[in-house]
Design a protein around this ligand. Structure first.
Ligand SMILES: NC(=O)c1ccc[n+]([C@@H]2O[C@H](COP(=O)([O-])OP(=O)(O)OC[C@H]3O[C@@H](n4cnc5c(N)ncnc54)[C@H](O)[C@@H]3O)[C@@H](O)[C@H]2O)c1
Length: 437
């Protein structure tokens, strides 16, 4: 990544394309529409509410991030979406029951104009869904062409100047990258040959990158996490990011585990369980889709605690994650964590966390921030994996030789230092020796 000499301004309109018009997508759209009319506050969003310290602590320069960096204004955003069901965004928001009717009603007209384009969908990869609004094609290569056509049509019809995409579609079954994912050539041949290993979300990511549209992946799927798309993104100079929005229980884990490690407290076990009753919960009730989520959730503790370096404290802990589909709760998830710790002389302690959170309320500001930061990355000529956006992901992507950084506070420092560096401000190390000279 080269320091940008200039960042192109955020002029004109930005199109945010959302493959998957479900609970998260409609909560995001409704929130943006409300916020731009002054009818709601974008709480949880760094781009809208975050500040950034510049220079020395004595300088007292702490502007809002959006004042320092040229970000797209909420007023100039248009939304597009794909889904495998034909319902418009208002109907989906009603059905999702995340937001109160008064919030949906306030922007109902605009919401009802957002109708999803037909999805590229093979049910083999999401077994619990039986979509009706789907494209037909002889090959996966044809599906990519149809998706590319959708992107171009959306651009023309909505009058946007630039676009970004954030995958908000369902979690697919666990298919780690294989031979077909290793190079652009192999992947293109796989598309023509209908390779089984190429899943639905990869078709969208491929089509978007080919159309010059940055793509961030909010699910634990391998949409942007395979060598062929890294190669394509590098060649076409397009930013990509992923994977799996960091909300709820994993957010708490990446807050607490760095704290335990900072204080050299040992860990014997961490048991996490959730109940969740929305469509995402229903999809995750399928063991093959759950496996994808499980892998994404389990990696967190190992990379934060580094058991290979800290054998005595972290060499032998038991980590278990469960998600149970429980319809009465809808989107209002409840998570329980039991943490078995040990301290001085090995004495055991326990910590219990009961988090009554709202999944889509936590995810919506992430979708917005990712869209605006991916557009910024594009205008700054950043391309390939955007590791500085790890802050937003459960299972962040990093360069192939690197282990990912999971600690939320390191991720935030990296994000803010990237913003400082982008605009030629000094990065902050927190060394602070100059105050004592
Ligand atoms: N809400 C959170 O806190 C959170 C956190 C991390 C990850 N996620 C992930 O975000 C995604 C969205 O979550 P949600 O709660 O909105 O789920 P949801 O089930 O409400 O929405 C997903 C939508 O994707 C659609 N879809 C599935 N396959 C598609 C395809 N091939 N093309 C087009 N549309 C397709 C489904 O029909 C559905 O409408 C899920 O993968 C979820 O695991 C959510």
């Amino acid at each position: 990544m080269k320091q940008p000499s200039t960042i192109r301004p955020a002029t004109g309109k930005l199109g945010i394309l959302l493959p998957g018009l479900g609970a998260v997508a409609t909560t995001t759209i409704t929130g943006v529409l409300l916020a731009r009319r002054g009818l709601g506050r974008p709480v949880g969003s760094l781009t809208q509410m975050g500040t950034i310290r510049l220079g020395k602590r004595t300088d007292e320069r702490t502007p809002a991030i959006r004042e320092l960096i040229p970000l797209q204004k909420l007023e100039d955003i248009a939304f597009g979406a794909w889904d495998i069901f034909p319902d418009d965004a208002a109907a989906v928001a009603d059905h999702a029951e995340v937001l109160e009717k008064k919030h949906i009603d306030a922007v109902r007209e605009e919401l009802s104009q957002i109708r999803p384009m037909k999805g590229a969908f093979n049910p083999e990869y999401v077994k619990r869904l039986h979509g009706t609004h789907i494209k037909t094609a002889a090959t996966k290569a044809d599906l990519v062409e149809q998706l590319r056509d959708d992107v171009r049509t959306f651009k023309k019809e909505s009058g946007v100047d630039r676009m970004v995409a954030v995958w908000c579609g369902s979690t697919e079954i666990y298919i780690p990258p294989g031979e077909v994912h290793q190079s652009v050539k192999a992947f293109e041949a796989g598309l023509l040959a209908n390779a089984k290993e190429i899943t639905n979300c990869q078709l969208y990511a491929w089509a978007c990158v080919l159309e010059g549209v940055p793509f961030a992946n909010g699910a634990p799927n391998f949409a942007t996490d395979f060598p062929a798309i890294w190669e394509l993104a590098r060649e076409r100079r397009i930013p990509i990011a992923g994977k799996d929005f960091k909300t709820g229980q994993t957010l708490m884990k990446t807050l607490l585990a760095p704290g335990f490690k900072a204080r050299m407290l040992g860990l014997r076990g961490w048991y996490s369980t959730n109940i969740l009753g929305n469509r995402d919960g229903e999809v995750l009730d399928d063991p093959d889709s759950f496996r994808t989520k499980e892998v994404s959730k389990l990696g967190v503790l190992d990379t934060i605690l580094q058991p290979e370096i800290n054998k005595e404290l972290y060499g032998d802990f038991y980590h278990k994650v469960r998600i149970d589909y429980y319809p009465p709760r809808g989107d209002a998830k409840e998570g329980w964590d039991n943490i078995d710790l040990f301290g001085w002389l090995g004495y055991p302690m326990q910590m219990k966390i009961n988090f009554l959170c709202r999944d889509s309320i936590l995810a919506a500001p992430i979708v917005l921030d990712l869209a605006l930061f991916m557009d910024l990355a594009q205008r700054a000529d950043f391309h390939g994996i955007q590791e500085w956006l790890s802050f937003y992901f459960k299972s962040p992507m990093a360069a192939p030789k690197l282990y990912p950084e999971h600690d939320l506070f390191i991720q935030l420092m990296k994000l803010k230092n990237t913003l400082r560096w982008m605009v030629g401000e000094e990065t902050i190390t927190h060394l602070g020796h100059e105050y004592y000279d």
